[in-house]
Design a protein around this ligand. Structure first.
Ligand SMILES: Cc1ncc(COP(=O)(O)O)c(C=O)c1O
Length: 368
């Protein structure tokens, strides 16, 4: 055998690599630009940075790095209980929420199972399903959003799990929680419903998720959350799942014993306690969404109204517009892999960053 990649099973060899937002350092190297001149609006990171309380906690924890982290995450689970009322035995901590999403797949799926998700859904769902060799059921979207009616109808006897991001990335679309609960009630009790709330903190007060409260009555619900977005800790990698203790217990057996590092554990406890920072992040984001919407309207650029910290807009020749923005030091995200080859996704920034992005876009599309 010449090519050792052939050793991997066919389903693994068929995985399309996940292409993340282009890093600032790589862009600087390739374009010969100074890193400081580059604006990255490509990975839905928090433009305010991390909570200062999280940074202070990390500094004091540096001396402990020779020790393994607390594999049980005792203090963080206590903090999650304090903030969200979730029982520690219902929590699974992850190296980012991608880790807990993958844990659902590794813990419960076999190649005999199928998984339902929407077209334009977060790409990590098909990726983890493909890695197991389980079957994909991708359901057509409705106005770019998850069509819950069609998704419920798509569930088959071999369906083990449904993935739903709310709001979804990269579309920013949102399903009202009443409709989501009605959807959960319609599904067989032995189908796991993974509700991915990576952008939950950005929702306005009247749309905040009630899903932690559903788990006692709908034990097949698994909620995933992250501290990568509104909490500003994407680089540390920390997320969690909340599930029925039976489900969480299985996932905790499958996860690596030290999957969350010490600094992430310590920072997460501090960040959860910084409610003012979350309120500020939400406020900056809401203002940024308005600024971008006004800018797109001015430029005649069609966009999908978003409840996340990003917006996807239709720009026609997206590859050309992406390259044009990049050449001027503005990194956004092509989303052809999400079935949206004519769109680009931009992450909401600070007012000056949004303004620079809009001006650069205007120049690139010839509307300056
Ligand atoms: C919908 C959705 N879920 C989950 C994640 C994973 O985030 P992380 O692994 O950083 O927690 C992302 C990140 O972009 C996302 O957009």
């Amino acid at each position: 055998m010449n090519d050792l990649a052939e050793l991997a099973p066919a389903n693994v060899r068929a995985i399309s690599p996940y292409i993340p937002g282009k890093p600032i350092s790589e862009t600087a190297r390739e374009l010969g630009l100074a890193e400081a001149s580059i604006l990255k609006m490509a990975s839905n990171e928090n433009p305010l940075g991390p909570s200062p309380k999280a940074l202070a906690a990390i500094r004091t924890a540096l001396d402990d790095l020779a020790y393994y982290p607390d594999g049980s995450g005792y203090e963080l689970k206590k903090a999650l209980h304090r903030h969200f009322g979730v029982a520690p035995e219902s929590v699974v901590l992850g190296n980012g929420s991608n880790d807990v999403i993958e844990l659902v797949a590794r813990s419960f799926l076999t190649p005999a199972d199928s998984v339902v998700y929407s077209r334009h859904a977060f790409l990590v769902y098909p990726l983890v399903v493909q890695a197991i060799g389980a079957k994909h059921i991708e359901v057509p979207a409705r106005a770019y959003g998850s069509d819950l009616e069609a998704m419920a109808r798509a569930v088959r006897a071999d369906t083990k799990a449904v993935f739903l991001a709310n709001p979804n990335n990269p579309t920013g679309t949102f399903n009202e929680w009443d409709a989501v609960e009605a959807f959960v009630k319609r599904l067989p009790a032995n189908v796991l419903v993974v509700i991915d709330e990576a952008y939950g903190e950005y929702l306005p007060a009247d749309k905040r998720s009630p899903s932690f409260g559903w788990i006692a009555k709908h034990p097949n619900v698994v909620v995933t959350r992250t501290l990568s977005k509104a909490y500003g800790l994407a680089g540390l990698r920390i997320g969690f799942a909340v599930a029925d203790p039976g489900v969480a217990g299985i996932m905790n057996r499958v996860r690596q014993p030290f999957n969350v590092n010490h600094l992430a554990l310590v920072a997460a406890v501090a960040a959860l306690g910084d409610e003012a920072f979350i309120a500020k992040s939400r406020e900056v984001n809401a203002a940024g969404l308005r600024q971008l919407a006004e800018g797109f309207a001015r430029l005649g650029v069609e966009f999908i109204p978003s409840l996340g910290n990003f917006v996807s807009m239709r720009v026609g020749d997206a590859a050309r517009v992406y390259a044009g923005l990049l050449a001027k030091g503005v990194i956004v995200r092509p989303i052809g892999a999400y079935g949206m080859p004519g769109h680009l996704r931009v992450t909401v920034g600070l007012p000056g960053q949004n303004a620079r992005f809009l001006e650069t876009l205007a120049a690139v599309i010839g509307k300056a």
